[in-house]
Write a protein that binds this ligand. Structure first.
Ligand SMILES: Cc1cc2nc3c(=O)[nH]c(=O)nc-3n(C[C@H](O)[C@H](O)[C@H](O)COP(=O)(O)OP(=O)(O)OC[C@H]3O[C@@H](n4cnc5c(N)ncnc54)[C@H](O)[C@@H]3O)c2cc1C
Length: 387
């Protein structure tokens, strides 16, 4: 940081969530300083990008509704960004559908439970013959059963975040590339955020630091129940031309059009244009802030990737990404005013669903801050306050 910065709102954290908050606030006319340290392990750079609330496997209606609203918000956000001159492009967001699959007969009880749940909640998700499912994603191996959800989409967290940042900066936000290390406060009001070498004076602050959010809350002597869940994820690329469906003898679909594959008990596969397929992700709750790719992680990912889709065995290993999911103790986000303070808000704790949920949460938190009427969020941080 060079020199003093002053803003209506200082947003701590420039992943997808903080950047979305910054963008929404600038749209509402606020001046914003977006403070970001770009820590290694930023989840938004690693996330697989599955946008599929319709296939959520939890029996929590409020959560399901929140997910549906978030998916609708994401679609309109992409359109807004395009109108704002920061189009993330067709590859950053696409409705590609999803297959929920059982690989073997012994998975029947789990599959039937998911089938019953999704049918009770949504129309349009149907069980399809496994041959049809395999034709949709030609590298797949044998399947036992398959459900097709046509509305699922994929989002590229890096590209969407870059578009949001560019749109926010165009609208006057200031990017402060540093690590925030503390705050200045008068009683229950924060007056500034301190970076490594300078200070951002502010009228309000939003803590949106992903897995690092609990560290920021400690500046205020608050214990925020958010911890990192390490995820490793591999990218492989099929050499073109893409494989044909041997059964049909016809060319297979382009990978752009392949659906996401969500096995009931295994890692998922997310297809991208150009024959790229992402397989993930490990779920390492004990790893803390370790962001190393490990031999064991890679072994597990590649073994399952090729077991589910033998047609990927000849794909080129491209890269492994590691991200830290910001996981709250009840696996739900923390959104809105922090109890005990007049001007501190939080927007974090999105765990394994932040690419889907984060932009919507950000819009709710920004609306609350701007004083505009907003849908009340069911996930206020007050639920963790001791009476
Ligand atoms: C392997 C993997 C797969 C995933 N797949 C999906 C998926 O398919 N669908 C889905 O919806 N979600 C998915 N997620 C989850 C999603 O990626 C995250 O929930 C989301 O990206 C969290 O965004 P965030 O902005 O809160 O955190 P992050 O992206 O981690 O960003 C936090 C930012 O805050 C900055 N920061 C923190 N503290 C400070 C400070 N003191 N000063 C300055 N800067 C600070 C960091 O440097 C970082 O840049 C996945 C995650 C992983 C790891």
């Amino acid at each position: 940081m060079t020199g003093g910065v002053s803003a209506d709102v200082a947003v701590v954290g420039g992943g997808l969530v903080g950047t979305s908050v910054a963008y929404e606030l600038t749209c509402a006319g606020a001046s914003v300083a977006l403070i970001d340290a770009s820590h290694p392990g930023r989840a938004s750079d690693a996330g697989a990008g599955i946008v599929s609330p319709e296939t959520f496997q939890e029996r929590d209606t409020q959560w399901f509704e929140f997910g549906l609203s978030a998916a609708a918000h994401l679609r309109s956000l992409v359109a807004r960004l395009a109108e704002d001159g920061a189009d993330p492009g067709p590859e950053a967001f696409a409705q590609c559908g999803s297959l929920v699959v059982a690989l073997a007969e012994h998975e029947d009880p789990w599959f039937s439970e998911v089938l019953e749940l999704v049918h009770a909640r949504t129309s349009g998700i149907v069980e399809i013959p496994v041959g049809e499912a395999r034709a949709m994603f030609p590298p797949l191996g044998p399947l036992w059963r398959a459900l097709h959800s046509p509305t699922a989409a994929r989002v590229d967290g890096r590209t969407l975040c870059a578009s949001l940042r560019s749109a926010a900066l165009q609208r006057g936000a200031t990017l402060v590339s540093t690590e925030a290390v503390g705050v200045d406060r008068r009683a229950d009001t924060v007056t500034a955020v301190r970076g490594v070498s300078d200070v951002v004076s502010c009228g309000a602050v939003v803590l949106a630091g992903g897995a690092w959010s609990a560290g920021a809350a400690r500046w205020l002597d608050v214990e925020l129940p958010v911890t990192p869940t390490k995820g490793q994820i591999v990218h492989v690329v099929l050499p073109g031309p893409e494989p044909a469906d041997p059964g049909a003898g016809a060319p297979g679909p382009r990978s752009d059009d392949w659906p996401i594959v969500q096995p009931i008990l295994n890692f998922y596969l997310v297809p991208w244009p150009g024959g790229r397929v992402v397989c993930g992700g490990t779920f390492e709750v004990e790893a803390g802030f370790d962001t190393r790719p490990t031999a064991g992680g890679l072994r597990d990912l590649l073994r399952e990737c090729v077991a589910i889709a033998p047609g990927l065995a000849g794909a080129t290993f491209s890269e492994v990404r590691v991200g830290l999911r910001p996981t709250s103790s009840d696996d739900r986000p923390l959104l809105g005013p922090l109890p005990g303070f007049t001007n501190v808000h939080v927007c974090t704790g999105h765990g394994a669903n932040g690419l889907l949920l984060g932009p919507y949460s950000a819009a709710l938190v920004a609306a609350g801050l701007a004083g505009t009427p907003a849908t009340a969020t069911p996930y206020g941080p007050a639920r963790f306050s001791t009476p």
